[in-house]
Ligand binder design. Sequence first.
Ligand code: AHG
Ligand code: MN
Ligand code: MN
Length: 338
Amino acid sequence: MSRRISLTQYLIEQQRQHGRLPQELRLLIEVVARACKRIAISVNKGALGDVLGTAGSENVQGEVQKKLDIIANEVLIEANEWGGHLAAMASEEMEGIYLVPNRYPQGEYLLMFDPLDGSSNIDVNVSIGTIFSVLKKPENGKGVSEEDFLQAGSQQAAAGYCVYGPQTTLVLTTGNGVAMFTLDREQGSFVLTQEDVQIPEDTKEFAINMSNMRHWDAPIKRYVDECLAGSTGVRGKDFNMRWIASMVADVHRILTRGGIFMYPWDQREPHKAGKLRLMYEANPMALLVEQAGGAATNARQRILDLQPGQLHERVAVVLGSKNEVERVTRYHNELGRD
Ligand code: AHG
Ligand code: MN
Ligand code: MN
């Protein structure tokens, strides 16, 4: 039987081999993983656990909150607030930052999360997930504030997601490649199932919500039209399309077999840069994708270079197989800025 490596063992080995994974960061990742296990249990209960349906409230972005959005948010906060590794947290489901209560020791990390990604899929039993991003609090000798979170994605100390699908899989980077861990329910532990994940540079699969086509900008239309033209068009090959409406599940497919994911700016809400949130959706996914040899842009620039202006900032997202992302980005930059 081949040797099974648990998440804990993997992280300790990373610490030893690379000497670059601080103890506090290791603990933080393990606590997030533990919270994801608890969320997975709630997700699996479904109708039996009274976790389906809406909570009757809205978040700061004006979106209707599902019961599981709130449950997952609470699980992540409860699990993380007392361990001493964090200074503060921020979440899609909370307007401001959440300071670690005074009764607990303060750590040096900042944790951001989308507690439940793909909320529209909860009730219909389609894959959903949790996305997280870890930053270090700047050493400015001051108490923690929202400004401390406003760091470019390239500064992330770690990032990952947990997808609750047919399997529960935790996908992680600490800046040294991407590893995948599958939850062994009998043992109650995440087991390393893939290391050094690599996204193929080319693909024949694209993901975009085609119902928004009439609202798109010309370069996105051009790219998708060329994919749709298939082997008789300029691309000279047929493309396949997938859209799960859970970014975690779409990104997981791309990390597994390649592809390109796009949620571009569109004319429905022209004042917003995009639908997805920069700090706890796009940045962690961009780091994972780059660490796996792919690319991630806002259709013009590298996502990880963007300087955030606010916690809940939105961004256009184009990520996945490198050559396709570069093509979409080139189509936009060729036209210049409008
Ligand atoms: P969330 O459930 O956290 O609000 O995020 C949903 C996001 C993302 O996961 C997905 O790719 C996208 O919204 C789907 O949007 P459409 O419903 O517009 O296709
Ligand atoms: Mn989301
Ligand atoms: Mn969410």
